[in-house]
Write a protein that binds this ligand. Structure first.
Ligand code: SAJ
Length: 415
């Protein structure tokens, strides 16, 4: 098959490379010229285990090429960002999806398949994408096939999950589902499940919403335990010993382009009904303030305090800083008058410093991201650079060491 993938980001690029690796001729499209140039040299612009080798290989074999404009293909896969709009309900901004559809329409021919992988609000395929193609004279399910096949892969484990995760195929008609399923059969080893487009849309959103609500329970429990002087990490561990309980881990908030964004796509469609979803979002959004409160308590009375943030990305071992709670904590601390430095071995950003300059004369390290590098820190060396060797580990990721020179506080022992 000739496959044209629109959007070469965290989802589009691995997907394009995976299809190419399975023998398809893939053409990737991105509006960012620098990204296109890198990919055409067999290089990549994001951090994801195994991706660099895969792209280099398929590029060398001429199976993956990139450009800034679509070309004719058998299958079009749209994997562009769908951020929140800046409206009262933070609804889904479909403008990138619509631009992508409009960009491919001049190239779409009879029997082509158009798949939207981007996360979209419920009913988008039926109410927004379908009419665009009908307007162009296509009969859906007969001369063009439309489906929503939501991406469900976990950043950090994308190449593995692309192959082994179950895949939802939401056709606009049942014929569309059948045709789109065949596209993924070339590499998916998980179950391929055909359903309606609107069901696939809402199922995808609910997966991330479920996780967001679960994390909100852990975060709320953290505050409750703090007040009652009970170790929240122990409580979660004990509760999770029950065979049907799986409370997630508390932390400084929920970031990334998925959990912090997608629940609003349900909320904005039905704000009068989505109460729990909204409260969970608010709870998770309150965590950076909670972290700052703890910092204030720990540094009360310290003269001209310096705080060192460890981790700018939204989660461990990735370079993605979208919606990262760390940025929020950084801004809040700065506006409260602290001197703040940041160290992140995975992120290239003007705010990041080297480990040495970040911790120099620091009064407190606040760990906000569970990068592997933070698990095995040299406690003695770190403590010797700081003004006072205090660490607030909001991700509970620093491995305790016997006779450690660092005093490590986490959400379980803050009282
Ligand atoms: N987090 C916690 N506590 C936890 C787990 C996560 O505070 O117990 C935080 C993380 O630190 C991070 C945020 O939540 O800030 C999100 O991280 P994540 O690892 O839960 O998820 P993402 O956003 O990297 O990927 C999610 C995945 N969805 C689910 O697991 C249901 C992935 O499978 C989706 O494909 C992806 O969203 C997406 O693109 O929608």
């Amino acid at each position: 098959m000739n496959i044209c993938v629109i959007g070469l980001g965290y989802i589009g690029l691995p997907t394009a490379a995976m299809f190419a690796h399975h023998g398809h001729q893939v053409y990737g499209v991105d509006t960012r010229r620098e990204v296109v140039e890198l990919i055409n040299k067999g290089l990549i612009h994001i951090e994801e285990p195994g991706l660099s080798e895969l792209v280099s290989d398929v590029s060398l074999h001429g199976l993956l090429k990139a450009g800034t404009k679509p070309i004719e293909a058998d299958v079009y896969i749209i994997a562009v960002p769908t951020p929140n709009q800046h409206d009262e309900y933070m609804s889904c901004d479909l403008s990138n999806v619509l631009s992508a559809c409009r960009a491919i329409i001049p190239y779409v021919k009879e029997k082509n398949i158009v798949i939207v992988e981007s996360t979209i609000e419920p009913r988008t395929m039926d109410d927004v994408v379908r009419p665009l193609f009908i307007k162009e004279g296509f009969t859906i399910g007969h001369d063009v096939f439309l489906a929503h096949c939501p991406e469900r892969v976990l950043p950090g484990n994308i190449l593995n999950e692309l192959v082994y995760n179950n895949r939802l195929i939401g056709g606009v008609t049942s014929k569309c589902s059948k045709v789109a399923s065949n596209v993924y059969r070339s590499f998916v080893k998980g179950e391929i499940i055909e359903t309606e487009a609107k069901t696939a849309e809402l199922s995808k959103l609910m997966e991330n919403t479920y996780r967001d609500i679960n994390i909100a329970i852990a975060n709320e429990l953290t505050k409750i335990c703090h007040e009652l002087e009970i170790n929240v990490l122990d409580v979660i561990e004990m509760a999770n010993k029950h065979p049907r309980v799986n409370i997630h881990s508390p932390g400084p908030g929920v970031g990334g382009h998925c959990l912090a964004v997608d629940p609003y796509f349900i909320y904005s469609k039905t704000p009068h009904l989505a109460n729990l979803i909204k409260v969970a979002r608010d709870t998770n959004n309150s965590m950076p303030d909670y972290v700052v409160e703890q910092v204030e308590n720990l540094l009360d009375g310290v003269n001209e305090p310096k705080v060192s943030i460890f981790g700018l990305s939204y989660k461990g071992n990735v370079d993605d800083i979208r919606e990262s709670p760390s940025l929020q904590v950084f801004k809040l601390l700065r506006s409260s008058g602290y001197t703040v430095s940041i160290y992140d071995p995975h992120v290239e950003h003007h705010l990041c410093e080297t480990l040495e300059t970040c911790i120099k004369d620091s009064d407190l390290i606040v760990v906000l991201t569970d990068h592997n590098e933070f698990k095995t820190l040299d406690h003695k060396k770190i403590a010797s650079c700081m003004r006072s060797p205090l660490v607030l580990d909001t991700k509970n990721c620093i491995t305790p060491q016997f006779n450690s020179e660092l005093e490590i506080i986490n959400f379980g022992n803050m009282f």
